[in-house]
Design a protein around this ligand. Structure first.
Ligand SMILES: NC(=O)C1=CN([C@@H]2O[C@H](COP(=O)(O)OP(=O)(O)OC[C@H]3O[C@@H](n4cnc5c(N)ncnc54)[C@H](O)[C@@H]3O)[C@@H](O)[C@H]2O)[C@@H](O)CC1
Ligand SMILES: [K+]
Length: 483
């Protein structure tokens, strides 16, 4: 599991850890990790042309120290100081001692150095940064992006907001970010995360001083541990019965995909509520499905998945499913019939456009502040919100957040959301709480999308569905091998 902490939590942990160490020791740990990553990526620093962009704080201090060490190992290093009056004194002294050249940000030599750099170290702002880059820093960042071989951000790409994942103004766009101690929201939530590139974490010994993380990124072992394990004793009821209210005469495919997602996701049984003609289509593809004309008449279930491809005029059925007092997932058209607030476990699965409509804001505003708005909706409806996107977020009303790391653009195809709704519904029926059901489903769905894409071409939702058993099987197998 990858952890994410707030700036406040990181600063408190750093203070506690620093109190046990000689002055400057913590920064040297960070610098050692940074330098070894740079050296590895450069294939050895000797002869490399490196430019350090250094702001006036400790982030600039890290970058200056790293520049000094790289100079000591034979690199040709220039430092461009954004705030010469506030440059980190020890870092700057070490840099000069190691033979580094120093220029100010407005010096023409800064541009020339950037133009021939193999590597630019971005030490303009770290976790102390607020708001976008100033104009002079933005110009240097743009030049570096246009001309330099590679940009490595120190701790996080300068100019993005550490705690929200927002990018309120100009910022560095890095190839790699070397981050210290624990993850930051900016490294996992878009749009900021898109500017971080590949993230390498350096352990500086902070973990014992950090609180339990409220934001996490699940990995294979976490997901395998959360997956319901069909034991020898289990029958269709203990594996979970899912009610699916999805699809319509206009969108019968949504019913097929949602029911398929639930069955392939491990549901013991699916009960489908919908018009006879659609039910007949569902049963011809999934003969094990039980069907009935409405939520009230379809029989007992343990969780409901409602809304995918439902079309208009089914509000009463949505209300019946939501009012059944069972865990419920509401997707797509179902989102137009939400209760004022949910009383029991609920998982909403909007994409940015649907969340924009729910909250009455522009879609671009959702995209710019994804975590903020997902949180707002989770609080407003007392429901867990799974906001789809290249980095899908799952936000519980109590503030816990899971960020999915398996997203792929291959999932941007019609019907993949219906598969996800069915899959997550099967996990709710198996007894997972909405945060677990949503984040496990997003993870598995992303892996299925990656597998389907690896087979070549543009995968369809049906291709993604087909990959679910293989993905679940390999996660379970790895878990058994480990356990
Ligand atoms: N505390 C420690 O011992 C350690 C700190 N580390 C480094 O220190 C960094 C944090 O250092 P700082 O707290 O000095 O903060 P930064 O270096 O991130 O920022 C420095 C100052 O820049 C100013 N500033 C904020 N936003 C600005 C903007 N948009 N434009 C211009 N100036 C702006 C603020 O006054 C801020 O305090 C971490 O990100 C990490 O790189 C690491 O060396 C690990 C150890
Ligand atoms: K930085």
């Amino acid at each position: 599991m990858r952890t994410v902490h707030t700036v406040e939590e990181i600063r408190a942990a750093e203070d506690a850890l620093m109190a046990t160490l000689p002055p400057g020791a913590l920064m040297q740990r960070a610098v050692a990790g940074l330098v070894s990553t740079c050296a590895r990526i450069l294939g050895g620093p000797y002869g490399a042309r490196v430019v350090v962009l250094a702001g006036g704080g400790n982030n600039g201090g890290d970058a200056l120290w790293a520049g000094a060490r790289l100079a000591g190992r034979g690199a040709s290093v220039d430092a461009v100081l954004l705030r010469p009056d506030r440059a980190h004194p020890e870092g700057l002294a070490a840099f000069r001692d190691a033979g580094g050249r120093v220029t100010a940000g407005d010096d023409v030599r800064a541009g020339a150095a950037l133009a021939r750099a193999d590597l630019v170290l971005d030490g303009i702002l770290g976790i102390g940064g607020r708001g976008g880059l100033s104009d002079d820093a933005a110009e240097l960042a743009a030049r570096a992006r246009a001309d330099a071989g590679l940009i490595i951000a120190v701790d996080l790409p300068s100019g993005v907001d550490p705690d929200t994942g927002e990018a309120p103004g100009a910022h560095v766009v890095a190839d790699v970010t070397v981050t210290f101690g624990t993850g930051k929201t900016a490294l996992v939530v878009d749009p900021a995360a898109a500017a971080a590139g590949a993230v390498h974490a350096v352990d500086i010994g902070l973990a014992p001083y950090l609180p339990g993380p409220r934001t996490t990124v699940l990995e294979d072992a976490d997901v395998a541990a959360l997956l319901p394990e069909p034991g020898r004793e289990s029958d269709k009821y203990s594996r979970g019965v899912v009610g699916v209210l999805a699809g319509s005469g206009q969108y019968p495919g949504a019913a097929l995909l949602a029911v398929g997602g639930a069955l392939r996701g491990g549901a013991g049984m699916v009960r489908y509520a919908g018009p006879d003609a659609v039910a007949a289509t569902v049963r011809s593809r999934w003969p094990e499905t039980i069907a009935g004309p409405s939520v009230a008449e379809v029989g007992r279930v343990q969780a409901w998945t409602v809304g995918s491809g439902l079309g208009d005029g089914r509000g009463a059925d949505v209300a019946a499913a939501v009012g059944a007092g069972l865990p419920v997932l509401v997707d797509a058209d179902g989102l137009r019939s939400l209760p004022d607030r949910f009383a029991g476990p609920a998982l909403l699965t909007p994409h940015a456009g649907e969340l924009a409509r729910l909250l009455g804001v522009e879609r671009a505003e959702i995209e710019a502040r994804r975590l903020h708005h997902a949180r707002a909706a989770a609080g407003r409806w007392n429901a867990t919100v799974l906001l789809k996107g290249t980095t899908t977020l799952v936000v519980a009303p109590d503030g816990r957040v899971r960020v999915n790391s398996t997203g792929t653009s291959a999932l941007a195809a019609a019907g993949t959301g219906d598969v996800l709704a069915g899959l997550a519904g099967s996990l709710l029926a198996a007894g997972l709480e909405p945060l677990d059901a949503g984040s496990v489903a997003a993870y598995v769905h992303g892996l299925a999308g990656q597998r389907a894409a690896a087979a070549g071409g543009y995968p369809s939702a049906g291709d993604v569905l087909q990959q679910l058993p293989a993905v679940l099987g390999s996660l379970r197998q790895a878990d058994t091998a480990q356990g």
